[in-house]
Design a protein around this ligand. Structure first.
Ligand code: SAH
Length: 362
């Protein structure tokens, strides 16, 4: 014994700058005895210019850049792999966190926009029966920096100007990682960061009612998508266990509050599950619900979970046949409901809605 190893300066834990909001960056510079305007400069480099190295920060003096390199870290994720669908051009990325966990993000090119879909958790604790992410289990929340760096790495690869919209619809439940989600939204929606405004950002939730209200009160005014999937409490509880904790009634009150408070229209997501939520009474209930608040419906044909080898109830799930989806949609349109069928983009590379999952061997 006796060979005690003293920590050297280099071993001291560095401050992770990525994920700090504008206010936090200014406070960081105060804490190291520098002027607060450096916070604004660094904000710009990190989140607007998407810098990955201090040497890119040309208007920051070299001495300060070197000092920052000793004190701070800049990146939270590493690129691992990507795959492009030859059919639709959908591009799936696999990124790795510093603690070696893998997450996925997807770029979805459409005619009038290109959307990046980001993850907020490694895995998901919600256990929705129809979702592949549930089958991989839950590992941990992502930090605000890790949420942002999915955008950074995708934008640096795909072209920043190409990405017009961001949806929080990847792995995980954004509102169960509320603080990181809100911080990352603040960074993206900050006035200094003109890349993507709040109108082009959508947060999707399975329904954490109190957090929907809290998000409304932040004044961020991003769009909200609510994963409805059934207008009936018993059916919804069966396919989405979270409905036992925050039921549909509480969630509908919360989304109404969100629409009122933010002046936005709610998107109801609706995965078509054969003989579960595609009956005539489901159409009637949807029409009644849509009359109560400004909303639109996104119909999503159910994407197979077969690549995850599901068991039990999940193994028997099937998508509603196409002719019935058409009929369902037409009946909604007849009542002037704003409805569209979302393309099942990327299911050939397991990158479509609800197919994101990493198979861990342990
Ligand atoms: N946890 C959030 C965001 C992630 S899921 C939420 O539940 O909203 C994004 C969307 O994909 C949700 O509407 C989800 O219900 C849907 N989805 C999940 N599994 C699916 C599948 N197998 N096929 C089609 N859509 C699915």
């Amino acid at each position: 014994m006796g060979d005690e190893i003293k920590p050297t300066v280099q071993e001291k834990k560095k401050t992770q700058l990525k994920g700090l909001t504008l206010e936090e960056l200014k406070n960081f510079f105060t804490s190291i005895g520098k002027p607060r305007f450096r916070g604004e400069q660094i904000f710009n480099w990190l989140y607007y210019h998407l810098a990955t190295d201090f040497d890119e920060m040309s208007n920051v003096p070299k001495v300060l850049r070197n000092e920052l390199r000793d004190l701070c870290e800049l990146q939270t994720l590493d690129y691992v792999a990507s795959e492009v669908s030859p059919i639709t051009g959908t591009k799936k990325y696999v990124f790795e966190t510093k603690d070696k966990l893998k997450i996925e993000s997807v770029i979805i090119p459409e005619v009038e926009r290109t959307t990046l879909c980001v993850s907020t958790q490694v895995g998901c604790p919600l256990d929705c029966t129809f979702c592949a992410t549930a089958l991989m289990g839950y590992k941990r929340n992502l930090t605000p920096g890790e949420i942002f760096d999915q955008y950074l790495l995708a934008a640096r690869d795909y072209g920043k100007d190409q990405i017009t919209n961001i949806v929080y619809m990847g792995m995980g439940e954004p509102l169960l990682n509320y603080n990181s989600t809100v911080k990352s939204l603040k960074i993206l929606a900050e006035d200094l960061n003109k890349s993507i405004g709040p109108k082009k950002i959508t947060v999707s939730t399975a329904g954490i009612a109190p957090k929907i209200r809290e998000l409304a009160d932040t004044n961020l005014k991003v769009k909200l998508a609510f994963s409805l999937h059934s207008c009936f409490e018993d059916v919804r509880s069966k396919i989405m266990p979270i409905n036992n904790k925050y039921n549909l009634k509480q969630n509908i009150e919360a989304v109404k509050y969100y629409a009122r408070r933010t002046g936005t229209r709610i998107t109801f997501e609706y995965v078509m599950l054969n003989e579960i939520n595609d009956r005539d009474e489901d159409i009637t209930a949807l029409i009644a619900l849509c009359s109560e608040l400004p909303s639109k419906i996104n119909i999503i044909p159910f994407n197979s979970l077969k690549h995850m080898e599901p068991q039990g109830f999940a193994a028997g799930l099937e998508t509603t046949p196409l002719y019935r989806i058409d009929e369902f949609v037409e009946k909604l349109k007849d009542k002037n409901i704003n409805v569209r069928v979302r393309d099942t983009q990327g299911d050939d590379i397991s990158a479509a809605c609800g197919q994101l999952a990493i198979k861990y061997s342990e």
